[in-house]
Design a protein around this ligand. Structure first.
Ligand code: ADP
Length: 548
């Protein structure tokens, strides 16, 4: 039909172009490893991106090539977020906290040609050097970490590279379905799997982050991604912020407690995003030391289930709203947000909290289903639990060069997430567990997430995790690992944990006293989630008979 709209592509460079034109003076602030602050603005960002594009070309980078980063959150990483896709190359952000074998696999599998590395991370790149022969050049970004660093060969300095490049770059004509970025899942089983984001998916996901009922990023915000820029593009925040001209604050490696609290205070940050661990550590620090965080209205939490205490206590103690969202590497990542609908505002506080603890409703553009064992659709009644399946313009349709890992993508165009969930009549998704984390006792399921939430509400408990322990009679039983809250007297004992669960769980679901373990801390994955794989091994070892 004629008379149609323009066929205008959705491209990453147009986000930058707009930011440079409309918001040239808005700030981009980064904290170096030595605590000093670097300030620039979107106008300067644009010029430096032009230079970086020319510099990348001088290194021989061509459209389609992979350019990798081993880096914390900083303005230089942001420059790469724009320069690499704008020249048609693919930005591969790497989670450098993965195991060495995984890093080697990822870099070789992606065929990264050059690697941009923070000086604080450079010793890791130097140690990997022999295993990644395909990398032609390392570019070191000086994040002012104290002391000397071993550098990988051959290495050049980022600022030297930029200084030698001209400040007017040609922008090639790009197709919106070309690759812009890629990220590997952290793979709890098998090798990591690559997910490739297109210009179109990146643009639409960034826009979704600005929707009022989703991330609500706008020009008025001063936003801080406390989620690393290697963790699914810092959940799209840098792109959403540039799209709206929001001020961006990058914490570098200072994601824990004091440096984060100082930055939130000094830069008058209004919203920040991170996994529950980051906010747990921040909360503990804020209880020890007073800060003026009156500017901060929202902490976005995702990546793992938000614990109930987090929503309640941040609000009660500091007047900060905790907003819960769900996503995955395969979903760019954000798929759902848990904001209350208007009629829910009249509900009791208890019911409101119950809803805010759900993972939320799909953002416009994302569609959800829950599937039974035979692949049939289950009703949206908040009761039936099945595997969550999603589709939409920023959901992966396959893994990069890995056809064997394709089982999650159904022939009719859905992605099976591996998360078990119910959906209620309002469309709120509630995760009960990851499929592989559910505990199966004599054929009946126990949700580890429900049990963790219940245990963590105990005032004497700082953190808890629940995993399956193999049992010859029951197949699996729940094992609870508990970190006691410091200074609470008398200290929590196994029976206290079981008593606190008793009102919420059937008797057969309750853990045995010998399955409640007290630990100093819980092991974390590279992105700061509780590492259940390690815990499963731990409890399997703990339950072995002596000498067995
Ligand atoms: P990995 O955990 O392998 O690093 P992702 O970062 O992609 O990979 O993690 C995605 C998974 O994290 C989801 O499938 C889900 O199990 C879990 N997850 C993400 N957000 C939430 C949330 N809000 N509540 C509970 N689980 C979540």
């Amino acid at each position: 039909m004629n008379g149609l709209m323009m066929d205008w592509p959705l491209l990453v460079p147009s986000i930058l172009y707009r930011a440079g034109r409309i918001y040239p003076e808005k700030a981009i602030i980064s904290r170096h490893a030595d605590g000093t602050i670097h300030r620039m603005n979107y106008g300067e960002l644009e010029v430096r991106v032009h230079r970086l594009m020319n510099a990348l070309r001088s290194l021989g980078i061509r459209p389609g090539d992979r350019v990798a980063t081993l880096a914390w959150n900083s303005h230089r990483h942001l420059e790469l977020y724009f320069a690499v896709p704008s020249m048609g190359a693919v930005l591969h952000t790497i989670n450098f906290r993965l195991a060495r074998d995984q890093l080697k696999y990822i870099i070789n599998h992606a065929e990264d040609r050059v690697v941009f590395v923070d000086r604080s991370v450079a010793p890791l790149a130097a140690a990997l050097r022999e295993d990644i022969p395909g990398v032609e050049q390392f570019i070191v970004m000086d994040d002012r970490c104290p002391g000397p660093s071993a550098l990988p060969e051959p290495a050049i300095d980022y600022e030297d590279l930029l200084a030698g490049a001209s400040e007017r770059a040609e922008f090639p004509r790009l197709d919106e379905n070309m690759a812009a970025g890629m990220c590997y899942t952290s793979a709890t089983t098998g090798e990591p799997k690559g997910v490739v984001y297109s210009h179109r998916s990146t643009y639409l996901h960034a826009m979704a982050g600005c929707l009022a009922d989703a991330g609500a990023l706008s020009e008025r915000e001063i936003a801080l991604p406390a989620v690393p820029m290697f963790h699914v593009n810092a959940w799209g925040m840098p792109y959403s912020c540039a799209m709206t001209g929001a001020t961006q604050v990058f914490p570098g490696s200072g994601l824990i407690g004091q440096p984060l609290a100082e930055l939130l205070e000094s830069q008058r940050v209004t919203c920040a995003a991170g996994v529950p661990t980051i906010w747990t550590l921040l909360y503990q620090h804020l209880k020890e030391k007073t800060y003026d965080l009156s500017s901060l209205h929202t902490l976005l939490v995702g990546g793992s289930a938000a614990p109930r205490w987090m929503l309640e206590r941040f609000e009660r103690d500091f007047g900060i709203r905790v907003l819960h969202a769900w996503g995955m590497t395969e979903t760019s990542p954000v798929g759902t947000f848990s904001r209350l609908r208007s009629e829910m505002l009249a509900w009791s506080e208890e019911r409101q909290i119950e809803y805010r603890l759900k993972q939320g409703i799909p953002i416009a553009g994302v569609e959800t289903r829950i599937l039974g064992d035979g692949g049939e659709d289950l009703p949206w009644d908040g009761e039936h639990v099945g595997e969550l399946a999603v589709r939409g313009p920023w959901i992966a349709s396959s893994y990069y060069n890995n056809p064997e890992a394709g089982a999650a993508f159904t022939p009719d165009g859905w992605f099976r997430t591996g998360d078990m969930a119910s959906i209620d009549r309002y469309g709120y998704v509630q995760l009960t567990d990851r499929k592989k984390d559910l505990i199966k006792r004599k054929g009946e399921w126990i949700s580890s997430v429900d049990m963790e939430n219940a245990v963590s509400c105990h005032p004497g408990i700082a953190e808890a995790a629940v995993v399956a322990r193999p049992d010859p009679v029951c197949d699996e039983l729940p094992a609870v690992l508990v970190v006691r809250r410091a200074g609470v007297e008398p200290p929590v004992e196994p029976q206290d944990v079981i008593d606190s669960l008793a009102p919420k769980f059937a008797r057969w679901q309750l853990p045995l006293p010998e399955d409640v373990h007290f630990v100093e801390s819980l092991p974390r994955t590279g992105v700061g989630k509780i590492d259940k794989k390690v815990l499963r091994q731990l409890v399997a070892g703990l339950s072995k008979p002596p000498g067995g």
